[in-house]
Design a protein around this ligand. Structure first.
Ligand code: PNS
Length: 167
C-alpha cells in the first residue's frame, strides 16, 4: 500500500526549512501532499493563490509531491485523502509544546492518523516564515533562507530591495 503523508501548514511563505522537511519526508513516504490549511492564530501576508504558486514553483524539482489547500480540520482532510500520517518539522524546543498539543488533539479527533516529526536540518533551525517576513519587511538579508522566487515576491510585497550584506 502506498504510504501517503500530509504536510500541513500556513506556508506564508514557504521557506527552505519547509523544503528540507519535505525532502527528508520523501525518504520515508511514497507521496507527500503539501496542504495549505487555515491557522486562525495567524494573520497572513500572501493570498491562498500566491502561496499555492510559491509552493508549486519551489517544489517543482521534487517527484511525488502534490500541492493542495483545504478549509477545515486537518484530520478530515487526511482521511479524505487516505493518508495515515501527518508530517511536521520540529526545530528548537520552543516548537515542542505547540506541536505536542496539536498532535494530541489530532490523535483525539482521529486515532488512525499518526503524526510524524522530523528534525529540521541544523541550517534551518532558526528559520521561520514569521521571522523571515519581519526581516524582509525592512530589507534584511533573507536570501539564503527562501527560494529565489519567494525572495522576489517578498521584495514586491514590501516594496524593498533585499540586500545581501554578507556577500
Ligand atoms: O504552519 P502552521 O501555521 O504552524 O500550521 C498550522 C496548521 C495550519 C497545520 C494548523 O493550524 C491546522 O491544522 N489547521 C487546520 C485546523 C485543524 O485541524 N487544527 C488542528 C486541530 S484543532
Amino acid at each position: 500500500m502506498e504510504k501517503i503523508a500530509i504536510y500541513p501548514g500556513s506556508f506564508d511563505p514557504v521557506t527552505n526549512g519547509h523544503i528540507d522537511i519535505i525532502e527528508r519526508g520523501l525518504l520515508i513516504f511514497d507521496r507527500i501532499i503539501v496542504t495549505i490549511l487555515e491557522n486562525p492564530a495567524k494573520s497572513l501576508l500572501f493570498s491562498l493563490e500566491e502561496r499555492v504558486d510559491l509552493l508549486s514553483e519551489s517544489l517543482k524539482h521534487l517527484p511525488n509531491v502534490e500541492i493542495d489547500s483545504y478549509y477545515g480540520l486537518l484530520v478530515d482532510y487526511a482521511r479524505m485523502r487516505n493518508a495515515h500520517a501527518i508530517l511536521r518539522g520540529m526545530r528548537a524546543v520552543s516548537d515542542f509544546e505547540y506541536e505536542f498539543q496539536m498532535a494530541l488533539m489530532n490523535r483525539k479527533l482521529e486515532r488512525d492518523i499518526q503524526t510524524v516529526f522530523l528534525m529540521t536540518g541544523l541550517r534551518w533551525i532558526f528559520t521561520s516564515s514569521s521571522i523571515i517576513k519581519e526581516a524582509a519587511r525592512f530589507g534584511g538579508d533573507i536570501e539564503s533562507m527562501v527560494p529565489e522566487i519567494v525572495r522576489k515576491k517578498l521584495e514586491e510585497k514590501f516594496n524593498v530591495k533585499i540586500n545581501n550584506r554578507n556577500g
